[in-house]
Design a binder for this molecule. Structure first.
Ligand code: ACO
Length: 432
């Protein structure tokens, strides 16, 4: 509605201004504070962006209390059941599900871009084998930003489409090459005839049987789909802020990868596996670890439980829980990952019934199960965040495209609450 507003009164000067309220389709409406400084002489202050909407977006909707996640209005559960990563990428980019021909053209454009510049292998080769794969990945993206530097033309739709396709198709190939390298395998050649997930599995594990390839590709495709977007999280906001300077999209994605790398963002699934291994190898039972997590004197937390946004079961965790079940059931019952999964199920059961976790709304998050599936597929732990990054590249480029076409597009430039020194005169070194 046009006239919605919030009135702010300055208690000191008595001045009063009306700030317009912008309606959201769902979720809290927002107050447009862009005139706050001009009209009242104040800035807003919100460290951590707890109550700040940084942009207008039509891509992803999350209701943390209800445990809902929708891509372009479609619930994640339906997409995980009926769609696939490629079609979901089209949806995130285009705001509609593709018709047969549209999907076929999009898939062809993607597979034609699997053959990225093979000089990237040289970049990977200069790293030590034990280098973190996320560091290698940012270097590869940096190489691409140099390669395509002369063409930058972000207002041009066909430039944006080409960069989008290069990134969505190229990052998985780079990821598979990094995996080949750290596993001491030869660099594998991409296969244009198969999907991104199938190609990633085929390149990463060339020695699997066809049956194993099908099984692992299916699980991987759903993991990619579940991680494809999550609205304005730290890495997506980084891509937007970086891209807002009109830099190369490859450089903006490299910035997103750097942000995702941190343990409080993309690195939690690794921590879950470490915790499950610790429980498996200890002589203590699951109850002991539940008690330890509840003990306020102890800093131990149940990894994979709790979420800043979801105060309900993370909908992605439900889906991946089912995948983990199906996947591990189909694997050999002697698979070394079965005991980890059994411990995870016990932990989940205890925690969901325990007053401490129930009252704090601490439910399993997506990372609680994704590490188990990735481990069972054979992905080394240090690569888990790379898998996350390759999937999230779709969301990052969708947000980058949306931002550039926004009528309010301009460089992002946060302000600050300055609490440093007032103007100070320089003193010569002898006088200090
Ligand atoms: N185990 C035990 N207690 C917990 C846990 C946990 N995993 N998570 C939160 N709590 C407790 C806190 O101690 C606090 O208790 P109190 O109210 O008695 O002080 C209460 O629950 C609220 O916790 P906060 O830290 O305020 O919640 P916040 O929203 O800031 O943190 C976070 C969310 C970081 C995810 C937290 O739950 C956590 O550390 N979880 C484990 C790590 C993890 O799984 N991270 C992955 C997040 S999902 C993702 O990135 C895709």
């Amino acid at each position: 509605m046009k006239d919605k507003k919030i009135t702010i009164k300055d208690g000191q000067s008595g001045n009063e201004i009306d700030l317009p309220v912008l309606d959201s389709i769902l979720g809290p409406n927002v107050v447009d504070i862009s005139s706050l400084e001009k009209d009242l002489g104040y800035l807003s202050h919100d460290p951590g962006f707890i109550a700040t909407s940084s942009c207008e977006s039509k891509i992803t909707y999350i209701d943390g209390n209800e445990g809902e996640l929708w891509y372009r209005g479609y619930p994640i559960e339906e997409l995980a059941e009926k769609s696939n990563f490629t079609e979901t990428a089209y949806l995130l980019l285009n705001d509609k599900l593709p018709k047969i021909e549209e999907l076929s053209n999009f898939s062809k454009d993607l597979s034609n871009s699997y053959t990225i510049d093979s000089s990237i292998k040289k970049i990977i080769n200069v790293f030590n084998k034990d280098s973190h794969p996320m560091a290698i990945m940012t270097a590869c993206l940096s190489f691409l930003s140099a390669k395509y530097h002369a063409d930058i033309d972000i207002q041009n739709q066909s430039y944006r489409y080409k960069s989008t396709i290069n990134l969505i198709a190229g990052v998985p190939v780079i990821s598979a090459w990094i995996l080949n390298y750290i596993l001491d395998e030869n660099f594998q050649t991409p296969n244009k005839k198969i999907s991104i997930a199938e190609n990633f599995v085929a390149m990463s594990f060339p020695n699997l049987t066809n049956e194993q390839k099908v099984l692992s590709s299916k699980a991987m495709d759903i993991i990619f789909l579940l991680h494809a977007d999550h609205e304005q999280n730290a890495s997506t906001s980084t891509v937007r802020l970086s891209g807002s300077s009109e830099t190369s999209p490859y450089a903006a994605i490299a910035a997103g990868i750097s942000t995702l790398w941190g343990p409080t963002h993309g690195g939690a699934n690794e921590a879950v596996i470490n915790m499950l291994e610790e429980i498996k190898n200890s002589d203590k039972d699951v109850e002991y670890y539940i008690d330890k997590a509840k003990d306020k004197e102890n800093s131990f937390r149940l990894m994979g439980f709790g979420h800043r946004i979801y105060k309900n079961y993370d909908p992605r965790a439900k889906i991946i829980h089912k995948i983990a079940h199906e996947y591990l059931d189909m694997l050999d019952s002697k698979n070394p990952n079965k005991p980890l999964f059994d411990i995870a199920m016990k932990l989940e059961k205890y925690a969901l019934e325990d007053e401490y976790f129930v009252s704090r709304k601490l439910y399993p998050n997506v990372d609680f199960y994704s590490g188990i599936v990735l481990k069972a597929i054979g992905i080394p732990q240090s690569m888990y965040t790379v898998i996350f990054a390759l999937a999230r590249t779709v969301g990052w480029v969708a947000h980058w495209n949306e931002m550039i076409q926004d009528k309010n597009f301009r460089i992002g430039r946060p302000r600050q609450l300055y609490t440093g020194k007032t103007k100070t005169s320089y003193k010569d070194i002898e006088e200090r």
